[in-house]
Design a protein around this ligand. Sequence first.
Ligand code: HGY
Ligand code: MN
Ligand code: MN
Length: 418
Amino acid sequence: MTDSEVAKVVGAVREDRLWQRHMDMAAFGATPRGGVNREALTPEFAQARQCLLGWTSERGFTSATDPIGNLFIRRPGADGAAAPVVTGSHLDTQPAGGKFDGAFGVLAALEVLEALSDAGIETKRPIELVDWMNEEGGRFQPTTMGSSVFAETLPLATVLATADREGVTIEAALAEMRGQIKTDETREFGFPMAAYVEAHIEQGPVLEATGNTIGIVTDIQGLRWFQVEVMGEEAHAGTTPRANRKDALAAAVEMIETLHRFMYDESDILRFTVGRLDVSPNTPNTVPARALFTIDFRHPDAGVLREAGDHIEEICDAHSGDCDVEVTETITSAPTIFDPAIISLIGDAARHQKLPAMEMISGATHDAKSLAPLCPSGMIFVPCAGGISHNEAESATPADLAAGAKVLAEAVVSLANR
Ligand code: HGY
Ligand code: MN
Ligand code: MN
């Protein structure tokens, strides 16, 4: 493909269409405060997928899904047998999420496919858009679930049996969605990909603060998620002496306080979050019998992640008192280093398009970390206002989204002609 053909595709990327697709997609799970609540495998998530499939089938692109509910949309290439270039992200959101986390990567990928069709250009390789199932890990833990099962770093059977707080399993929720959404084909995990490039909002303040439009992502920091279940005994709040109590919440609070002190990092690089605490029976006048809390621990250094993370269980045990405690690690992601060739391809595209750009590490995790061991992978960031994300106030500008989609177009189309 000649440079002028690549430029033709980049020129066919439409800011207005891309922005409108974001607004249309944000309607599915829209919250009164302007955010989006569209957790994995909910009715709102199924509606969003239906909407995407409506747009893609109008273009004649075909669809496929795999046993964990990842969705692939294919634009054919001249060589149908060639491994596709894949680009995408995730349509599921946090419960108090925004319009752009995940959706931008899926809709920018769609914009690339549409720009190719509008420009009447055929690539050598097929290009596939992907919507990874359950990247967020809110309703069902852990995060990056669909891409991790695809990459076979999480076992399918265990994941299918995972239940949400209402006891609904992934298997049941997937079966329900499959009843509503039909794809042209089904496929197995791990099919060969020539390359993977994901566009995403930065979810941090660096690009905006430095006046850069494009983030050329070099690494993703490592992450370890844990679930801690503390088991005590129900008792009457008025009659039961302290000495006779097995208070699961009191023990959990001590564990959480001690863990925060242990994980305190003066240099503020380490990230430690207890984001969920479920108590039962959760009534004012019964001593809590069960307390379940989650741990999200991240660091760019694999050694810190390992050493500090390996202390979590002993700290919980030390503060369990008369209760029992079970610490389960639900996912471990080593720090991810992206492919130098993809990093320089993205840098070249930003330079060709005269966009201010910088190399950077991702503090957030992304499905791209699951793909990095399988094929040459990379990520493109665009700014979001104030770096705010996982928050209903999350916002981005039409111009920045379009700039990201144009860099994605140049990178993906170049890869699809190799
Ligand atoms: O948690 C994360 O880093 C991602 O935004 N889900
Ligand atoms: Mn995301
Ligand atoms: Mn997210």
